[in-house]
Design a protein around this ligand. Structure first.
Ligand code: ACO
Length: 332
């Protein structure tokens, strides 16, 4: 029988330092009012000097393993989604693997910017479904503050640093039973993942540096209006695709855990889907956009405070540079 990936634990970590909009407006030609009304962001966490993506990732992974109540020795794969690796190589995931004290299996990074966690979920899920892996630690971790142009007010106010992780374990796919509002319940775990990209839109959101092009790290550049427009369209379409693949309707969603880019994108997506605002897990006000880390950070918050409960249908979606976008549907 085909295996099913079950989420057996989650964890997250935010750097200690909180930077408010007021603090930014003391150094930059911006205001708390502008940032709040356009984005819903009130503050962000920023990594301390010398605090690296691997440090954030390790803490989130350790918390997820503790929550899953399994030792690192049982993990056979570490998948780390990040756009801000410690170094160009080796993969930051190998550092996390080492610090977890894990020597079995494989560890690697993946790059899909803000969609990284969903891409990582699809990769981990496929390794589990095909029985190549039994237990995967999937992490989204970023120190995005290190690739921001702190003099560009149109981008630097939008992002923050952080990390989140989940532990995925192979389980049995329960037989399909006819319950729930639309008559479908395919059991627990990851039901499906859906990935897309469109490289013809590279220039809407990119970093103007890199090892092969400039031999510098570079800074984030963005056409905010166009990214906004694509986000609303692509996210509504990916949610539709995920629901349709499972014979479900938007009323069946208990929790939407979206990538946290902007409160207005979240509101527009909810409106397009006819989804009640109360069903959306929102952290963008406190975390800002933490790229690949935002979904597992939001997920961990909603699981720990008891909002997400066993049996709930949880939909995760994201869009990011590339453009890349995707969704993952999970029965908790
Ligand atoms: N403070 C004050 N004024 C600012 C700031 C700021 N921080 N940033 C830009 N402005 C000014 C601009 O200079 C412009 O001034 P002008 O009219 O005199 O030229 C004015 O505000 C309006 O600028 P726009 O860019 O048109 O503002 P818009 O309403 O589009 O909002 C924003 C900008 C918030 C970036 C919006 O386009 C957006 O949210 N886009 C989505 C981008 C996003 O979330 N990207 C994240 C990565 S991708 C992802 O994760 C989905």
């Amino acid at each position: 029988m085909m295996k099913r990936s079950k989420i057996i634990g989650c964890g997250s970590y935010l750097p200690e330092r909180v930077v408010t909009n007021a603090e930014l407006s003391a150094k930059l030609d911006t205001t708390d009012e502008w940032i709040t009304t356009r984005t819903g962001i009130r503050q962000r966490h920023l990594a301390a000097d010398g605090e690296l993506t691997s440090d954030l990732a390790l803490k989130a992974a350790e918390r997820a393993l503790e929550n899953a109540n399994i030792p690192a020795s049982e993990v056979d794969m570490v998948v780390l989604a990040t756009t801000t690796p410690d170094n160009t190589f080796p993969a930051t995931a190998t550092k996390v693997q080492d610090k977890l004290g894990m020597v079995n299996g494989a560890a690697f990074d993946i790059q899909a910017v803000c969609s990284g966690f969903i891409y990582g979920m699809a990769i981990a899920d496929n390794f589990i479904k095909t029985s190549q892996c039994k237990t995967v630690v999937l992490i989204g971790a970023e120190t995005f503050s290190r690739i921001l142009d702190w003099e560009d007010r149109s981008t630097c106010v939008l992002f923050g640093d952080g990390a989140g992780a989940v532990v995925l374990r192979a389980g049995e796919a329960e037989p399909e039973v006819n319950v729930g509002e639309s008559g479908h319940n395919r059991g627990t775990g990851i039901l499906s993942t859906h990935l897309h990209s469109d490289g013809s839109t590279n220039e809407l959101l990119y970093v103007d540096g890199g090892p092969s092009s400039t031999q510098t790290v570079g800074h984030v550049r963005m056409n905010g209006r166009e990214v906004f427009r694509h986000a609303v369209t692509n996210l509504a379409s990916i949610v539709g695709e995920a629901l349709e693949a499972n014979g479900l309707a938007s009323e069946d969603i208990d929790w939407l855990v979206p990538h946290q880019a902007n409160k207005r994108i979240l509101d527009s997506t909810a409106k397009k889907l006819g989804l009640a605002k109360e069903k959306i897990v929102i952290t963008v006000d406190r975390h800002a956009n933490t790229s690949a880390a935002s979904i597992p950070l939001a997920l961990d918050e909603a699981v720990r405070d008891g909002r997400i409960k066993k049996g709930d249908l949880v939909l995760m979606e994201a869009m990011g540079g590339g453009l890349t976008w995707g969704a993952g549907l999970v029965r908790w």
